[in-house]
Design a protein around this ligand. Structure first.
Ligand code: 26W
Length: 818
């Protein structure tokens, strides 16, 4: 008889070597005597995948048997990045694999570089989803992620003559060993058509006769937890043509056209929309949203029905989390299923639905909220539009009873926006039908109350909460910064902080210890060297390791104010140019690093990228400046680039105009890695200040409550002379391209400076000067750096998940005992 332990895959070096070679021969189909790095990577990843699958099966069987309440995390975007290093670290078998590979003549790090990023998302929201999945798995929660398997992820950013060009990211070209195709897990998703009434046991029932049916096929991605055998599933749907309802077209004789039409179905999951703010009522986008929620809900309800018949139990078994409004059609789809397929009455269906959904918003601009034209929705999903109207009618009736005939307020709160084009307000729908609405930071909740969802917060104050975002220390320290990781474990005397990040606070007591300081600086140096080599290979610019590495990496947006950063660099350049030789000796050398993608249609953001390159060209080739100042743009910023850049930074900038960043999570990654923050009091930096102390950061800029008055003043706010001077340099063509930069400079005119760059410029320069002074005193700087890491505990996604689990989802861990 086998004992259970005997059937698990073995992790000793010899077994791993055999395993890798078997995959070389039988999976990759190369000779075990001759294979290259990429083939080795493929074989290695399949060997790791086997181990993932083992745990993933065990977790599923166990959870299935226990049948606890599960959370389903619905998100249209997941930015997973690479999987290999993360997997072996979470499985606890990194060293064993490194050993086995050495024996075979390969190096783990080199093979890890072969992997491309899974970039199925735009930015903050998408990377947050990935971090939350890691924490859900690590903390043994019974959870599933659901999303879309885009063929093309976020575009690749190419820089040509300083301009951004977008290229398709066909990430599946070389196969994806981390996913498991489930041809038998598939559901039909319906579109278009008409709604008819039918008699069912004497009752009138709505029947939706679809005009098109597309098949959703599941691709499963195991998500391993750290220090546990739990592995969760991220199920991504791909669209395939359906063969179920289509016989008609074949019989008409136009065989070729019939095939071509069917092929169109696949376009639904073809491409990720690369815009992370504005919503443009596109039919394909709406189709993607519905396609993904319909398949997910069919899957979830099927799983529920395996063990339950009574839908009143659904809220005890299922929590549905919608990540921003993008999956909000799930609410309407569940209503439709309960009403039309399960034949529940309206009130019962609605009550069940409202107990299941919770909604997190990631937006601060009321104007950025999703709206779908009623005509578009009615055409694509006729039955759903009826249900939305019904929900709204009942909501409006209830609301009138509470607030009376205040028609302005009623019309603001209505799910339907009246006007020349009628729209469905997706956020209003999400609020009305969720039991909880969460913001992503403390100030974000305040903004929701005062601005974005004021009417709703007044109506249902108990519905609105916030869960401060977090990031996973597994990916952002253990995987990406092994030097710092071992240093932290050594000084804390334990690796437990990897699962219990509050322990990082234990570093505070050593913040001034000369030995730790020396080792801390050394770890940073090694990471800076790695980054400097990367910069040189990319851009040919040689940078000095003694310089302060000052980094701003994130999506390019006016509100994030990369332009303020660049103008600051121009000012610094201008000062150096006008300095005496002796003053130059006192300048703290800087390497300013900017990276990020602009949405393809976002003209101003693209000009900011070009300006960065134009300024860099000038500065980096100026002999007077030399090593005192360098400016580099890192192209194609993504998760794996972040893993390299963040550990190698001294200072990082989070400088959005107050009131515009819902949270920001980059700041947390830098903080964990001991980078000092130069920041405005906006989103998560407000809470970071509470944890690490404002004295360990460089805070500047107008405060949230000052902004409205400043905007009111507009043109009468005189921008400082220094600001006028640097803007003039750009305008007058000092960096070339004056015609091209004209519209960019126009946004900075006093009456148009919406993001208050002019107003904040002086305090920005002061904060930069304070950073310079602190950097000169390396002992002090290192102490601040250690205290930053020590204060990062709160910003682990483990804490975020615990809060969601307890206060929003009502789920408990379900840990597989072996
Ligand atoms: C419909 C177009 C669209 C697409 C994506 C609108 C809005 C989005 C996202 C919600 C934008 C986003 O990523 N927001 C960011 O979410 C992060 C995670 O909560 C926050 O840290 C950022 O502050 C927020 O900008």
């Amino acid at each position: 008889m086998f004992g259970l332990m005997d059937v698990f895959l073995k992790n000793d070096s010899v077994s791993l070597q055999k395993d890798i070679l078997d995959h070389v021969e039988y999976t990759v189909a190369r000779s075990r005597f001759s294979f290259d790095d990429f083939e080795a990577y493929q074989a290695l990843s399949h060997s790791i995948r086997d181990r993932l699958i083992e745990r993933w099966h065990d977790t599923h069987l166990y959870v299935k048997k226990q049948d606890p309440k599960r959370v389903y995390f619905l998100s249209l975007e997941f930015l997973m990045g690479r999987s290999m290093t993360n997997s072996v670290i979470n499985l606890g078998i990194r060293d064993q694999y490194a050993d086995a590979l050495n024996q075979l003549g390969f190096e783990f790090e080199v093979l890890a570089e072969q992997e491309g990023d899974a970039a199925l998302g735009n930015g903050g929201l998408a990377r947050l989803s990935a971090c939350l999945m890691d924490s859900l798995a690590t903390l043994d929660y019974p959870a599933w992620g659901y999303g879309l398997r885009y063929q093309y992820g976020l575009f690749r950013q190419i820089i040509l003559d300083g301009f951004q060009l977008e290229q398709p990211d066909y990430w599946l070209n070389f196969g994806n060993p981390w996913e498991i195709e489930r041809v038998h897990v598939s559901y039909s998703v319906k579109f278009y058509g008409t709604v008819e009434e039918e008699d069912l046991d004497g009752e009138r029932t709505k029947v939706w006769i679809p005009g098109e049916t597309v098949e959703a096929v599941a691709y499963d991605n195991p998500i391993p937890g750290y220090g546990t055998r739990s592995a969760l599933n991220l199920r991504l749907w791909a669209a395939k043509p359906s063969d179920k309802y289509d016989m008609e077209s074949y019989n008409t004789g136009d065989y070729i056209n019939a095939i071509m039409n069917r092929q169109k179905a696949e376009t639904i999951s073809n491409v990720l929309y690369p815009d992370d703010r504005s919503y443009q009522g596109k039919e394909l986008r709406l189709k993607q949203q519905y396609f993904f929620v319909s398949a997910s809900l069919q899957d979830i309800i099927r799983r529920f029905k395996d063990n339950h018949q009574n839908f009143d139990e659904l809220p005890d078994k299922v929590a549905l989390q919608i990540n921003d409004t993008h999956p909000a059609l799930a609410i309407v789809e569940l209503m439709r299923m309960l009403l039309d397929e399960e034949h529940l009455d309206w009130n019962r269906a609605f009550e069940i639905t409202c107990k299941i959904f919770s909604f997190t918003t990631h937006t601060v601009e009321p104007g950025g909220l999703e709206k779908v034209p009623v005509d578009l929705l009615g055409h694509l999903l006729p039955r759903h539009l009826q249900i939305i109207y019904e929900i709204n009618y009942k909501f409006m009736e209830e609301l009138k009873k509470i607030i009376g005939q205040d028609y302005d307020r009623l019309s603001r709160m209505s799910i339907i926006e009246e006007g020349a084009v009628k729209n469905v307000r997706v956020a209003n729908l999400s609020i009305v039908c969720s039991h909880t609405v969460n913001g992503v930071s403390k100030v974000h909740l305040q903004l929701l109350k005062e601005r974005v969802f004021k009417d709703f917060c007044e109506l249902w104050p108990q519905k609105f909460h916030y869960k401060t975002n977090g990031v996973t220390q597994r990916r952002w320290v253990v995987v990406s910064n092994p030097n710092l990781c071992s240093l932290i474990s050594k000084w804390l005397g334990t690796e437990s902080w990897i699962r219990n990040v509050d322990l990082l606070g234990g570093l505070r007591q050593y913040a001034t210890d000369p030995d730790l300081q020396r080792e801390w600086k050394m770890a940073k140096k090694v990471n800076k060297l790695r980054l400097a080599e990367y910069i040189e290979t990319l851009s040919g610019v040689k940078v000095s390791l003694d310089a302060m590495f000052d980094v701003q990496v994130k999506r390019i947006h006016e509100y994030k104010r990369q332009l303020l950063n660049i103008l600051g660099v121009i000012h610094r350049f201008d000062c150096i140019k006008n300095m005496s030789a002796s003053d130059k000796g006192k300048v703290v050398p800087r390497v300013c690093i900017i990276g990020g993608k602009a949405a393809p249609g976002y003209d101003i953001a693209k000009k900011i990228i070009k300006l960065c390159h134009a300024v860099a060209d000038k500065i980096n080739n100026d002999a007077d400046v030399g090593d005192l100042l360098k400016l580099v743009f890192i192209p194609d910023y993504n998760v794996s680039v972040a893993e390299l850049v963040i550990p190698g930074s001294d200072l990082s900038q989070h400088i959005s105009t107050a009131g515009h960043e819902a949270s920001g999570t980059g700041s947390m990654k830098f903080l964990m890695n001991g980078c000092l923050l130069l920041a405005t009091a906006d989103g998560s930096t407000v809470e970071i200040m509470e944890e690490v102390g404002a004295e360990n950061m460089f805070i500047f800029g107008a405060k949230l409550d000052e902004i409205p008055a400043l905007r009111e003043k507009g043109a009468s706010l005189k921008a400082p002379l220094q600001f006028a001077r640097v803007v003039r340099m750009v305008r007058d063509g000092y960096f070339g391209f004056e015609d091209y930069f004209k519209s960019l400079c126009d946004t900075l005119e006093e009456e148009k400076d919406f993001y208050l760059l002019g107003y904040d410029f002086t305090s920005y320069l002061e904060a930069q000067a304070a950073a310079d002074r602190a950097f000169v005193d390396q002992e002090k700087w290192t102490q601040m750096s250690i205290l930053s890491t020590a204060g990062a505990g709160k910003f682990s996604s483990d804490r975020t998940i615990e809060e969601y689990a307890k206060h929003t989802w009502g789920i408990e861990p379900c840990k597989c005992p072996f």
